[in-house]
Design a protein around this ligand. Sequence first.
Ligand code: AHR
Length: 658
Amino acid sequence: MRQRYLLSLLLAFFAQTVLPAQTYRLDVGLGKTGAPISSTQYGIFFEDINFAADGGLYAELVKNRSFEFPSNPLQGWKVFGNVEVLNDGPFDRNPHYVRLSDPGHPHRWTGIENDGFFGIGVHGGEEYRFSVWARVPEGGSSKLNVELSDPASMEEDHALCDAELAVSGTAWKQYELILKPSKTLDKAVLRIFLDGGRLATDLEHVSLFPVDTWNGHRNGLRKDLAQALADLHPGIFRFPGGCIVEGTEVSSRYNWKNSVGPVENRPLNSNRWQYCFPYRLYPDYHQSYGLGFYEFFLLSEEIGSEPLPVLSCGLACQFQNEGDDAHIPVDCLQPYIQDALDLIEFANGPATSEWGSVRAGMGHPKPFNLKYIAIGNEQWGELYTQRLEPFVKAIRAAYPEIKIIGSSGPGSEGEQFDFLWPEMRRIGVDLVDEHFYRPYEWFLSQGARYDNYDRKGPKVFAGEYACHARGAKWNHSYAALLEAAFMTGIERNADVVQMATYAPLFAHVEGWQWRPDLIWFDNLRSFRTVSWQVQSLYGRFKGRNTLSLKMSDANVTGSEGQGGLFASAVSDGSKIYVKVANTSEEPREVVLNFTGLKKKDLVKAVEGVRLDCSDRMAENCLDEPDKIVPVSFAFSGEGKTISASVPPLSFSVFILER
Ligand code: AHR
């Protein structure tokens, strides 16, 4: 009897869920609008890893432009003739400079040559602004020859372009000229040599930027890379890291105060990604801070994101330091707390305030309207909570309107995670930053991760995540598809997960330490990965409110019996976006069943957009940047139910209108 009853229940269940021919019914509830989707929901996270800043987004083409690399002030430079390094230059925090003197014979030459970051990439016919601080220490005037060259050229002349620069007088002055290379080259060098006159000439802060930077800023950003960020329409922009916020020692933490003001006097900082992995060493990787906090705020504003700076909490990287000695004792934290308060003043204070005036002096009298700040990156244990607390108290007292983000540690679950979440509640942060670089199985099993999160506590910031396949630790379509699938759970739980940012953002193909990454580039080109395409689809079809979407009254999270489907739905006024990731190898027939409509109301299919990930290991690349991009497909029908096919290993957005 009992068995028959169970059987009939089972049959009823299948009849309702799996329609004939393996049709999966997705019930989209239109009776009630769900939680609002925060404007910060999808965003970007920038860290100077993989040469993302110097040699990447920051458009400066000269490496070690201030002769300050610590192991060798001439690292990155070839010198010839009579060159000296001196250290009483015009910029107190970058005191080194070079003196070019007569080589001693009219047929010899004195000069310096810089090969940039993996070479200097230049586009033929475009303009490049060369600038240098210079003087003639003994007085009088000298001439420099400045050229972009191709040392590997078979032409008679190495130069792609050259120009003469006259330097005069004993006072340091900035000189500049425009170079226009005759041809495109990814690995040019900048060559400067003493010509004519041959009076000793001092050079400092040797710089070369494309004139055509993102929005034309002089201390600007590489256009294609900034555009790849803007095209995501990110709602939140977390910077400047990551582990570099913490530093290997506290003294090498990212110190925002050193990253603002005139670029010539921003002191160099080391970069932990230089030496983090002994099997991928980059001995010439430092942080010039040319891309500093002012530039980060400006970029946030220009791409329409809320800025989210992350600051050191006084802990050096806990992965790199065992024991307590490396960290700032709790009773000595005040200067670090002051740094956080000063940063808020830098961003939001009036132009007459101490730090607001620095911002205004850099060209932005209006506040940047900072709303969020994160204290600490991947910190853990009581070492962290003891330090976070006084930060939170001080920020709340001075700036109660600022939302504070704390950390749940480096793991997506486990002991530290379980310790930190209740602690974050107790301390009363507004959002908790979760990080997960996890394998396929994890992403496939976490579709429901946020469904039962506490609705009353702090919100979630999924601040760093990416699918890292075991044995396939590079970008590929299948990993991107699983990210898309997982993100349906973020979208469904938009009331809890209010920010999410993939990581890392950028990687130079010749200079990476960590992969996968969202955007890859070389000196001239870049491409947007399939993971970027996923992020872009979520940004483009973000919607304004969640809608309930169920299969047999259950959320669609790839669980048993759901055919490898993950799905979510949002509304945007009269528009409805249904996202479906099919992680299975089989096509799936789905019926979108709209509930909660009035009798006469219908829903109309408008179109579909789909990312085909069926070639699991395939990815875009520099030579084929658009190999895998979303394509529109015809999606039609009108009624309370609309059928659709979902190909194997694909991510689809169904666009409808009510
Ligand atoms: O994104 C790369 C690194 O991963 C970040 O610096 C750190 O926060 C995490 O461990």
